[in-house]
Write a protein that binds this ligand. Structure first.
Ligand SMILES: Nc1nc2c(c(=O)[nH]1)N[C@H]1C(S)=C(S)[C@@H](COP(=O)(O)O)O[C@H]1N2
Ligand SMILES: [Mo]
Length: 253
């Protein structure tokens, strides 16, 4: 479909919704995504607007039973230390190789920005905090899905420990590869948004993001950043998605 036709059909869809549910959409006008106005990210407007209006902010993604767990491929970067990896970062890759050799004993998660207590957390610190286990369906933009069990600390608990400030509007996540992404506060504080260190009852494997990855269950798979090294709380939106140009910032499922 050409861009023009895509635009037209989106307008028709929005128009149709407005006539059947004018009241509903009337409440949406103050809910534009931060990518509003970026022509490459027009899709964000529609999905963000609708999902933020229709879904309760704390509505849960479906959770499954242990019997539902499937195999799951490790995709994208599956080893940040490998120079031939898709999103290899020379500095991050070198740091990662050293930390992995030490069994991640010296790994720390940096937290900075709009928090009263910027600092860092060792894996043991995170494991002492509130814990949540959830069996959820991961949906990749490439069209496959898989069900796995994730264990970790709710992001909310970590943000609260760091003293998140009222000025906070977005939370940015940086991996040891070139991948970085961000969430708004609705997703950041959602009960199923966790920093996972465990998968299917064991430690989080390297391929799936060791030692710590994000799980954000109400958006598509690429939002769950693996191999975390740094979290930044901001009051402004920064588009960190350049490397995956054209992928929506908001992609609810
Ligand atoms: N740091 C980092 N995080 C990432 C990726 C990546 O390449 N690097 N790939 C994303 C994509 S597209 C998907 S589908 C999932 C894959 O998670 P898995 O390897 O555990 O299946 O991780 C996401 N998080
Ligand atoms: Mo993906």
């Amino acid at each position: 479909m050409s861009n023009d036709r895509l635009l037209l059909s989106r307008r028709a869809l929005i128009g149709g919704l407005a006539s059947t549910g004018g009241l509903l959409l009337a409440g949406c006008t103050d809910q534009q995504p931060p990518t509003y106005g970026n022509i490459l990210r027009m899709g964000d407007n529609l999905t963000y607007n609708l999902q933020r209006s229709l879904l309760s902010p704390t509505g849960l993604a479906r959770e499954f039973d242990r019997a539902d767990i499937t195999s799951m491929p490790a995709t994208g970067t599956y080893d940040p230390a490998r120079a031939d990896g898709t999103f290899y970062d020379p500095k991050g890759g070198k740091d990662y190789a050293i930390l992995r050799t030490g069994g991640f004993a010296n790994w720390r998660l940096q937290i900075e920005g709009h928090v009263a207590r910027p600092g860092s957390y060792a894996l043991a610190d995170l494991k002492r905090m509130k814990r949540r286990t959830q069996i959820t369906r991961h949906m990749c933009e490439e069209g496959w899905s898989a069900i796995a069990e994730w264990t970790g600390v709710p992001l909310r608990a970590v943000l609260e420990a760091a003293g998140i400030q009222p000025s906070a509007r977005f939370v940015e996540f940086y991996g040891f590869d070139q991948i970085a992404d961000s969430l708004d506060m609705v997703d950041a504080l959602h009960p199923q948004t966790i920093l996972a260190y465990g998968m299917n009852g064991g430690d989080l494997p390297i391929g799936h993001g060791a030692p710590l990855r994000l799980r954000v269950e109400r958006q598509i798979g690429y939002k769950s950043v693996k191999f975390l090294r740094r979290i930044v709380v901001t009051d402004v939106f920064r588009d960190l998605g350049d490397i995956r140009a054209g992928w929506a910032w908001y992609n609810g499922i």
